[in-house]
Design a protein around this ligand. Structure first.
Ligand SMILES: C[S@@+](CC[C@H](N)C(=O)[O-])C[C@H]1O[C@@H](n2cnc3c(N)ncnc32)[C@H](O)[C@@H]1O
Length: 161
C-alpha cells in the first residue's frame, strides 16, 4: 500500500468513526474534547457534526488553519500533561465525546503518550462517553467497541467508558 493510500484509509476511518460517534451521543449531554488540534481538520468536521456542542481543543501550540481555531475560551494550550490537569479542574467529568488524534508519526512514542494521558482523560469523561482514538489504549480494552462498517483494521479505535 502506498503512503497516499494509507493516509486516505486513515482519514476515511477517522471520518466514519466521528460521524458514527456523533450520532451515538445524540441524546447524551456533554461537551466534546479534541486532543491534537493540528491544522484543525477534524475539529472542523466535529463542529459541523455537532454544532450545538461546546468543543474544547488541546494542542501544544495553536497553528491551525485560521478558520479552524476555536475561541481562546475553548483552547487548552500546552503539553497535554500540563493542559489536561487544568481542564480537569475547569471542566470536571463533562465530556460525552473525546477524540484523540495525537499521533506524530513515531508509533511507539504516540502509543506511549496515549498510555500516559489515558488515566487523566478518564477524569474528563461522563459515564458512557465515547472515545475515538488514533492510538490503541490497552487500559481501555474492556471498553472497546466494534468498528462501524467501512473502517480498515487498526486505523482507529473506539471505546465507550
Ligand atoms: C495528527 S496531529 C492532529 C491533526 C488534527 N486533528 C487535524 O485533523 O488537523 C497531532 C497533534 O497533536 C499534537 N500533540 C502531540 N503531542 C502533544 C502533546 N504532548 N501535547 C500537546 N499536543 C500534542 C501535535 O502538536 C499535533 O498538532
Amino acid at each position: 500500500m502506498s503512503r497516499l493510500e494509507s493516509a486516505i484509509r486513515r482519514l476515511q476511518a477517522q471520518k466514519i468513526a466521528l460521524d458514527w460517534s456523533a450520532k451515538k451521543i445524540h441524546k447524551q449531554p456533554g461537551v466534546v474534547l479534541e486532543f491534537g488540534l493540528g491544522n484543525g481538520r477534524t475539529f472542523d468536521h466535529i463542529r459541523k457534526l455537532l454544532p450545538q456542542r461546546d468543543i474544547y481543543v488541546f494542542e501544544r501550540k495553536i497553528a491551525a488553519h485560521p478558520d479552524c481555531i476555536p475561541h481562546p475560551a475553548f483552547q487548552f494550550v500546552g503539553d497535554f500533561m500540563d493542559s489536561i490537569p487544568r481542564a480537569i479542574k475547569q471542566l470536571g467529568r463533562s465530556a460525552a465525546l473525546a477524540h484523540l488524534d495525537i499521533g506524530t508519526g513515531e508509533k511507539n512514542t504516540s502509543l506511549a503518550l496515549a498510555k500516559t494521558i489515558a488515566p487523566f482523560i478518564e477524569k474528563l469523561l461522563c459515564v458512557n462517553a465515547i472515545v475515538v482514538s488514533d492510538q490503541e489504549v490497552d487500559r481501555w480494552r474492556s471498553y472497546k467497541l466494534q468498528l462501524p462498517d467501512g473502517i480498515s483494521e487498526n486505523r482507529i479505535h473506539l471505546y465507550r467508558l
